[in-house]
Write a protein that binds this ligand. Structure first.
Ligand code: XIL
Length: 337
């Protein structure tokens, strides 16, 4: 990999993270990772659907690959995730006979027991495998709980339907009990710069604090684009700081195409605009006290946006290009952070 560009992690005090999978842990991707980053988030390897695809059947294989690499190289790990409607396996909300669970007291306790059993199994596995050298320091306990379209501001997912609005607080209690006092527990969400989502986030955090739920930190996914207003991002970071919580940027990427736009190349002027946008964002991050700044993928080929919301082969939202070369956005990040 390029050694003529500075190592990002040496350019700032803020720990820098990156989402990775087992395919990033050898060869040039691994070199790039170790040169520039201090921390990893397993992109999919710790999601419940990966770890416990059927009740009581655990697959720690992919997670072990990522965490062994982290432990071996002295990287910390941000755990992702415990409660997320999109990565909860279907069995979680089904009775043993296949009946969909309801909000009855019995069904409620079944789901809470399952969440506890899942979390405990992961914690036990980490303790057995790494002991005091467990690289996982923090966790996205609840991911994407907000929905400003709902009167109570909460997404009415299966978690909500079965457990009720208190499910967020319950999840944090379970996480604290099973993951221990030192785990930094995050509420993670997207588009937190949007005023309605910012208001919902502040309200949810205040409710959690009033309920005595052990939430330590807020994660801002930061899947943004060239039109994102960085002043709004800054306003949200300040609003969360005022709540007395720690916070991090957990999943940064800066899309160069619109949601419904299909690029047929990667236009150089967009990459230049991206440099400016990334620089502005990085300086907003640097001006605040963040626990870490994480990007959602090592290099463009590895971005989830290549496949979302449809196939987009020319989307290029990360700091390194398809050849793992530093992009203008890399320079922007370096200049801003
Ligand atoms: C994405 C992964 O990057 C994809 O590989 C997977 O197919 C779907 O999930 N918000 C999150 C992440 O919290 O878990 C998502 O990751 C991206 C959006």
């Amino acid at each position: 990999v390029q050694t003529d560009v500075p190592a990002l992690k040496d350019a700032t005090e803020v720990p820098l993270g990156v989402a990775v999978g087992p395919q990033d842990l050898t060869g040039r991707p691994a070199e790039l990772l170790l040169r520039h980053f201090d921390q990893v988030t397993p992109e999919n390897a710790m999601k419940p659907v990966t770890v416990q695809p059927a009740e009581g059947e655990f697959d720690f294989g992919p997670m072990d690959e990522v965490l062994d690499f982290a432990a071996e190289h002295g990287l910390t790990v941000h755990g992702h995730t415990l409660v997320w409607h999109r990565s909860t396996p279907e069995w979680f909300f089904q009775a043993p006979d296949g009946r969909p669970l309801t909000g009855s007291p019995e069904d409620r306790s079944l789901v809470l027991d399952r969440l506890r059993a899942h979390t405990r199994a992961v914690a036990d596995h980490l303790a057995e495998r790494y002991g005091d050298a467990n690289p996982v320091r923090s966790w996205d306990v609840v991911n994407e709980a907000l929905d400003p379209e709902e009167a109570d501001g909460l997404r009415h997912s299966r978690w909500y339907e079965v457990l009720g609005p208190d499910y967020v607080a319950e999840a944090f209690r379970v996480a604290r009990e099973e993951l221990g006092p030192d785990a930094v527990l995050y509420l993670n969400d997207y588009d937190t710069d949007a005023p309605d989502r910012r208001r919902g986030l502040v309200r949810l955090v205040m409710d959690l604090q009033a309920a005595g739920a052990p939430v330590d930190a807020v994660g801002h996914q930061m899947h943004v684009d060239l039109d994102t207003d960085v002043d709004r991002v800054a306003t949200t970071l300040d609003a969360v700081a005022a709540l007395g919580l720690r916070q991090a940027v957990t999943e940064l990427d800066v899309a160069i195409s619109g949601r419904d736009e299909q690029l047929d190349s990667t236009p150089p002027d967009r990459l230049e605009a991206q440099r400016g946008q990334v620089q502005e964002l990085a300086s907003a991050f640097a001006a605040r006290d963040l626990a870490f700044v994480g990007v959602w993928g090592l290099y463009d080929t590895r971005s989830w946006l290549r496949a979302w919301p449809q196939e987009r082969p020319f989307e290029a939202p990360l700091l390194f290009d398809d050849e793992l070369q530093a992009k203008p956005a890399f320079q922007g990040f370096l200049d801003g952070i």
